[in-house]
Design a protein around this ligand. Structure first.
Ligand code: UD1
Length: 423
């Protein structure tokens, strides 16, 4: 069991590079099995969730080789349609394997993914969409047994623009006969990346990024090489690290359009954020004021709204702002687990239902705290960078699901943070 130990109060300086996006690579790894030809993925992030997804691919017959951040996958010999329980329990988002396995094997068996740290997370919209494509789904003893002998394109309206449901339906529909239209689809950049990846193998998907996506079924796919988009939440994390420590840093490998909602909020706190021309990759520079300003109102929404994955991180910055801020969490029902931990560090926060009221204090104080989920854990790291004295965060396995060597990256820009093994 690992811990982060942070001595807060250091100013950060220099350049830090963002890795490939976790939420883009996971559905792309599922999509790899649509083809029988080799696939090469560049800028491949080393994350616990992604490692688990690779184990799933290996368990159904993919051969995988890695050289630094390049991944070679040979999906020619897939021999199983059963997605093993133990991985689905580890990584909830492996549910996107369902659509991909159905497209490749015309059947699939997967355990019903339960809730997780941040909420119940039902999959009714995934299943409704797949059934509309003609998939016969039997639910028994916690398993979903699916048959897709005759998938036919359909006009599917999602009740809510679910990211995972949009991806699962897109994946299955690539092999359905005729055209599928997904209306009220999720518009997240990771959906567009999935479309671009599928099309790079010869798929016919259009409209991702808007609320209507069309998928024309194709007979087969060819080989491809692809570079995944940078992680917008990791980019936002570094911006918060600068904001909460009153620092000036450059964040490299960002697509500004993808982080517009985050940039807008941080500008409201008084940070100056400008495009930076000094590197080959897209980059931005952030210069934080000595003390942040409070933000009257922030509400999480589907993209292009303010992302729920940044809620805890923004909250950590607002704990040391001047004035009172209000955050409303609209997407997940149990996403304030970081609040009691931030309070242990001296933050003044009250929550009621999905609303948190944050009264800024001049500075946080180091404490022993525990990461309860991925982004909430990262928010505690941010808080530790600000806090007076030593902060120790245990359960860092939650953080490592979505951040590759966060301690090393933060140390490279001047943070005093180390990862230690705890008993
Ligand atoms: C994805 C992201 C996650 C992010 C979330 C919202 C991945 C691997 N994860 O999760 O980091 O926080 O989008 O931006 O990409 N819902 C239903 N029925 C369904 C599906 C979803 O009611 O069938 C509800 C969920 O409970 C939740 C909301 O819809 O309240 C949003 O969920 P969804 O967009 O599906 O998120 P994920 O794809 O699970």
């Amino acid at each position: 069991m690992g811990k982060f130990r942070i001595r807060g109060g250091r100013k950060l300086a220099g350049n830090v590079r963002v890795i490939g996006a976790k939420n883009a690579i996971l559905p792309i790894l599922a999509a790899v099995i649509l083809t029988r030809k080799p696939v090469v993925l560049y800028d491949f992030p080393h994350l616990a969730d992604v490692e688990n997804m690779l184990l799933i691919l290996q368990s159904i017959g993919c051969r995988i080789k890695r050289e630094n951040s390049t991944l070679f996958i040979d999906p020619s010999d897939i021999n199983s349609w059963v997605i093993p329980d133990r991985y689905v329990k580890e990584i909830r988002s492996s549910i996107v394997m369902l659509g991909a396995v159905l497209a490749r094997m015309q059947k699939a068996v997967i355990t019903y993914p339960g809730g997780c740290e941040i909420g119940q997370r039902p999959i009714n919209l995934h299943l409704q969409g797949l059934r509309q494509l003609g998939v016969i789904i039997t639910e028994s003893h916690g398993y979903l047994e699916c048959e897709a002998a005759n998938m036919v394109g359909a006009d599917i309206h999602l009740d809510y623009p679910s990211v995972g449901a949009t991806e699962n339906i897109m994946l299955a529909a690539t092999r359905a006969r005729g055209r599928t239209v997904i209306r009220n689809a999720a518009k997240e950049p990771e959906i567009t990346d999935l479309q671009n990846f599928i099309n790079s193998m010869g798929g016919k998907v259009a409209g991702a990024g808007s609320n209507t996506i069309t998928i024309d079924g194709v007979e087969s796919f060819h080989e491809t090489e692809y570079t995944v988009i940078p992680d917008r939440i990791v980019a936002g994390t570094y911006l918060v690290a600068a904001a909460i420590t009153g620092s000036e840093i450059v964040v490299e490998n960002v697509i500004l359009e993808h982080i517009q909602a985050i940039v807008t909020k941080l500008r409201e706190t008084g940070c100056m954020i400008t495009p930076y021309k000094g590197t080959d990759l897209g980059a931005i520079k952030i210069k934080a004021p000595p003390r942040l300003w409070a933000i009257e109102n922030t509400k999480t929404h589907p993209y292009p709204g303010f992302p729920t994955d940044m809620q805890a991180l923004l909250m950590s910055a607002l704990t040391v702002s001047k004035g009172t801020s209000i955050i409303t969490e609209n997407i997940f029902e149990n996403r304030f687990k970081h609040v009691p931990e931030l309070i242990r560090m001296g933050a003044r926060i009250r929550t009621e239902g999905k609303i948190a009221v944050i009264q800024g204090v001049p500075r946080l104080k180091g404490a022993q705290v525990s990461a309860g989920d991925l982004r909430g854990g990262a928010a505690l790291v941010m808080a530790g960078l600000n806090a007076e004295g030593v902060t120790e965060i245990d359960n860092v396995r939650h953080i490592e699901r979505g951040y590759d060597k966060l301690d090393e990256y933060l140390r490279s820009i001047g943070a005093d943070i180390e990862r230690i093994e705890s008993s």
